[in-house]
Design a protein around this ligand. Structure first.
Ligand SMILES: [Zn+2]
Ligand SMILES: [Zn+2]
Length: 507
């Protein structure tokens, strides 16, 4: 039976065909106006809808609707929310039904650690069992994943023998999860959340053309501008529109590509030749179209560096001219870092604020020399304390790679308390002991550094160990001798920065 599309105006251009690969339209919320929902979907160009059941009580209705409507397809599986309620008989039932050949996928299955409705061990058991039967039955798996990236990927990896086909539906995870899923042979489907989530664009752009699908997840995840209302398959073109805009591709190409992918992934019957012909003409059509309709996709930003915090150890050496006036003392400090323009696609610029403190004190070799001159090595001498506050711009040569090389320039504020110098001055000039470290100096300098870092991407954080060599040039008025003095501070340092992945943390 074809779509009935009575309200479609004959004058309007037919919308491009699109497939909603995930809609729970068998639920009660659609019972009252089911036919109208299907009619609106048809009018919007939705040519097929895959309905994943989530629990045994939905199996029968899902199968019946698919049987009654050639444009509807059933997927049968147990959702992680229901993993605790079902027994192994239910899983046998999933296997039996899927073995009968009237379903297009095993699903929806997966893990959900956000709601944790079932114990995680049980979720994993049910998920793994159904992945195995998808493989054995040569059906694709429709996978739900919420805050469970690591375990979902691990179980897929353990079950992937080269024959498992799977889709991560309603994708909202990190770039690292996306890349791992793609490596494992997965396909990716986006819902209405692409119309409102700020952090998704780079993910949407990073999915290869042949792994991309669209869905509504109706009745949930309603796209803009219908948020707050029940979602339905006729809204899937809104998802297509947004995905097309984010990827710099035309809506026609997105619909054609994703429909092609969905048909071959779910092996939707009868249409193979038609769709191959459609894809071929689609490609010709794409070549003919003027270039202005498709802007090139922006480069992706794989590492979220919205705001990072960390610490560092440095080796601080003061050099005046060719003389080392204080050598190799350990400095420790706090390191704040941010890529403030990352949301605008500028991922090669970082802004850093670094606090460092080091002190040269009694027991250091320079102090021993001093105290020996004055014969006062039996008692502590005042220290030299050095506090630096650096603000710098860091330019990253290769921001999209895990290993980054960078150079930075900036300004440094110095606050130095020359207790030792004060002591010497007083001994020599005044012949008296003065232990108070009141030779205080404040000065500004210019810093520059070269270094490299590595980005480890975890689900909630990017952890970035950094090694750099910073040199600072300062001219300051020495408080004791009252003359300008130029000196350099050499500071090789290693640091560790942690950038929270706010998108995943707040999701
Ligand atoms: Zn889901
Ligand atoms: Zn779902």
């Amino acid at each position: 039976m074809a779509w009935s599309t009575p309200e479609m105006s004959p004058a309007s251009t037919p919308p491009p065909g699109v497939i909603d690969t995930h809609a729970h339209i068998y639920v009660d919320r659609f019972a009252d106006d089911f036919d109208a929902v299907l009619a609106r979907a048809g009018a919007a160009g939705v040519e097929r809808i895959v309905m994943p059941a989530t629990q045994p009580s939905e199996f029968e209705r899902t199968l019946r609707l698919a049987e009654e409507h050639p444009t509807l397809h059933a997927a049968i599986g147990v959702h992680p929310h229901h993993a605790a309620e079902i027994d192994n008989d239910a899983l046998n039932e999933v296997e039996r039904i899927n073995g009968e050949g009237n379903t297009v996928a095993v699903g929806e299955i997966g893990l959900d650690y956000y709601y944790d409705f079932a114990p995680r061990e049980r979720q994993q058991e049910v998920f793994r069992r159904q992945l195995q039967l998808a493989r054995h039955l040569d059906l694709p798996a429709v996978i739900h994943n919420r805050e469970s990236d690591d375990d979902v990927l691990r179980i897929i990896e353990e079950e992937q023998d080269g024959t498992l086909r799977f889709q991560l539906h309603c994708f909202g995870s990190s770039m690292a999860t996306l890349q791992r899923a793609l490596e494992l042979g997965g396909t990716i489907s986006f819902t209405g959340n692409v119309t409102w989530l700020k952090a998704l664009p780079e993910i949407v752009r990073a999915v290869p053309d042949d792994r991309l699908m669209l869905e509504t997840d109706a009745p949930y995840l309603t796209p803009v501008p219908h948020r707050g209302r029940r979602n339905e398959p006729s809204y899937v073109p809104l998802v297509a529109e947004r995905v097309a805009a984010l990827r710099g591709q035309s809506i026609d190409d997105i619909c054609r590509m994703t429909s092609f992918n969905a048909r071959s992934f779910f092996r939707l019957p009868l249409l193979l030749l038609i769709l191959l012909a459609g894809a071929a003409t689609g490609r010709l059509h794409a070549q003919e179209r003027p270039a202005d309709t498709s802007a090139p996709a922006k480069p992706t930003i794989p590492y979220d560096r919205t705001f990072g915090i960390g610490g560092h150890f440095s080796s601080v050496t003061f050099i005046s001219g060719s003389t080392t006036i204080g050598s190799g003392k350990t400095g420790v400090g706090l390191w704040l870092s941010s890529a403030p323009l990352q949301s605008l696609g500028v991922d090669w610029l970082q802004v850093d604020a670094i606090y460092n403190h080091s002190s040269f004190e009694f027991g250091d070799s320079s102090y021993l020399a001093v105290c020996q001159i004055f014969g006062e090595c039996d008692q502590p001498l005042p220290r030299n304390d050095h506090t630096f506050l650096e603000f710098s711009l860091r330019f990253i040569a290769n921001p999209s790679k895990p290993v980054n090389f960078f150079g930075s320039i900036g300004i440094t504020h110095f606050h130095n308390e020359f207790g030792q110098d004060q002591y010497i001055h007083n001994k020599v000039i005044n012949g008296e002991r003065l232990l108070e470290p009141n030779g205080i100096e404040n000065a500004w300098g210019i810093n520059g550094s070269l270094g490299l870092s590595y980005s480890f991407t975890l689900p909630y954080f990017t952890i970035v160990p950094t090694a750099e060599w910073t040199v600072t040039a300062i001219t300051s008025e020495r408080p004791l001798s009252n003359h300008k003095e130029e000196f350099f501070v050499s500071m090789p340092r290693i640091g560790l920065l942690i950038y929270p992945n706010f998108k995943n943390l707040l999701d």
